[in-house]
Design a protein around this ligand. Structure first.
Ligand SMILES: Cc1cc2nc3c(=O)[nH]c(=O)nc-3n(C[C@H](O)[C@H](O)[C@H](O)COP(=O)(O)OP(=O)(O)OC[C@H]3O[C@@H](n4cnc5c(N)ncnc54)[C@H](O)[C@@H]3O)c2cc1C
Length: 388
């Protein structure tokens, strides 16, 4: 099938299968899972993922064609965004064959939901200073600690967990990555409400949670390199909108704003054009990174530039919407309130704008790196939570 045919077929499938707003009132998660199963069975989930693990083994061109069509719909995929954008690609890159066999297909088909357990109350930007401990006990590990800001954990079946396994070495060298069963009796998930009024993320308490050693991802004490793989995928997937399910219902989109405001005013048109240019520049940058990735050129730290651009675009869009529609746009119940109040989170989740700038300065532009006083100090001798 050539690309134009692929695109037509994708469009026809979406028109037939994308849930309509008046979908019968099944609960949100059931509805999302039903949709993902249909998406997978039709061959539109994991388009570029290896066939061997359940993907379609197609190219970035097909993925891009599908994403371009999907933008006109509202697909219930948010709950799968961590699995599709971060934990799944990490397992494909760094998991064992048994782990890929066990986890990847159910993830792509929406049968199992994933979350990412990295951040802690004292370890966000400096995630390598985390304190959650995993201690080996024969063929199992026993985990104790606390995580925070864990998106979709209240729906998750599995979590990708970064834990400390050694304290006698510098902080980055004593971490190990695991897959944790979120239904284990020692896992407590408590929702945290953000300023949009919704509780999309959570705090997690891990009390004597056992994890079989076969659920370790990568080598013992080499979790930092696995985490870097996840973070690279995270930044690319956030900027490309993986799992975000289209723009149709976004009241702050260019199309929605154009309908909502008086476009006879040239200053308004000017601002809408600015929004269009910024969106288009980011889309092209993402397209280029994806094409390069398919050609074997890994985007590396440039993924952080894409994520930074998206965060800045999201804030610009929210400010513009507030300015054009007026102060009532932020009142509870206004269609724009949700999009506006979630915008600042984009400059934090997946790494803050300051951290993205540090990475771009250091690893893309080759500027002098931040001074690192803690680089060679054993973790046990650090005053945790105070290092940069
Ligand atoms: C919507 C959302 C979803 C999230 N989902 C998840 C998730 O699913 N899983 C997960 O593990 N985490 C998640 N997070 C957490 C996110 O990764 C952290 O919030 C982020 O890494 C920042 O950490 P922090 O909040 O502890 O802030 P801190 O690291 O304490 O930073 C505070 C401020 O200091 C600045 N700062 C810190 N260090 C430096 C430095 N070296 N140079 C310059 N400035 C610096 C920061 O930019 C920030 O402005 C989510 C966050 C949000 C907002």
């Amino acid at each position: 099938m050539d690309l134009a045919e692929y695109r037509r077929a994708a469009r026809a499938w979406l028109e037939e299968n994308a849930p309509s707003d008046d979908h019968p009132a099944a609960d949100g998660i059931t509805r999302a899972k039903e949709f993902m199963a249909k998406l997978y069975d039709a061959g539109y989930s994991g388009i570029t993922w290896p066939k061997r693990w359940g993907g379609q083994g197609l190219t970035e061109a097909e993925e891009h064609a599908f994403a371009a069509e999907a933008r006109d719909f509202s697909l219930p995929m948010y709950v799968f965004s961590i699995g599709l954008g971060m934990t799944g690609p990490t397992l494909v890159d760094r998991g064992t064959d048994e782990q890929r066999e066990r986890f990847v297909r159910p993830l792509l088909r929406g049968e199992e939901i994933w979350c990412q357990l990295f951040s802690e109350p004292g370890a966000g930007s400096d995630v390598a200073s985390l304190q959650t401990r995993a201690v080996r006990d024969g063929d199992h590990w026993v985990v104790n600690g606390q995580k925070v800001w864990t998106s979709v954990a209240h729906h998750a079946d599995w979590g990708l967990l970064l834990a400390r396994t050694e304290v006698e070495v510098p902080k980055h060298k004593g971490l190990t990555m695991f897959v944790v069963d979120m239904h284990h009796p020692g896992v407590t998930v408590r929702p945290l409400r953000d300023m949009s009024g919704k509780a999309n993320f959570n705090e997690i308490f891990l009390d004597d949670v056992t994890i079989p050693d076969e659920h370790r991802v990568g080598e013992v004490d080499d979790g930092w390199s696995v985490a870097v793989t996840t973070l690279l995928h995270e930044r690319l997937s956030i900027s490309a909108g993986v799992g975000m399910g289209g723009q149709k219902d976004n009241p702050a989109s260019l199309e929605a704003l154009r309908r909502a405001v008086d476009t006879s005013d040239p200053l308004v048109r000017d601002q809408l054009v600015e929004l269009h240019i910024r969106s288009r520049a980011l889309a092209l940058f993402n397209q280029r990174l994806a094409q390069e990735a398919r050609a074997g050129i890994f985007p590396g730290a440039r993924g952080s530039a894409a994520k930074l651009l998206l965060a800045e675009l999201t804030l610009f869009q929210a400010d513009l919407a507030t300015q054009l529609v007026g102060p009532e746009s932020v009142l509870a119940g206004h269609p724009l309130a949700q999009a506006i109040s979630l915008a600042p989170g984009m400059a934090l989740g997946g790494g803050t704008n300051e951290i993205m700038r540090n990475i771009v300065g250091d690893r893309v532009l080759g500027l002098p790196p931040e001074p690192r006083v803690d680089k060679n100090v054993p973790f046990k001798d650090l005053k945790v939570g105070t290092q940069g």
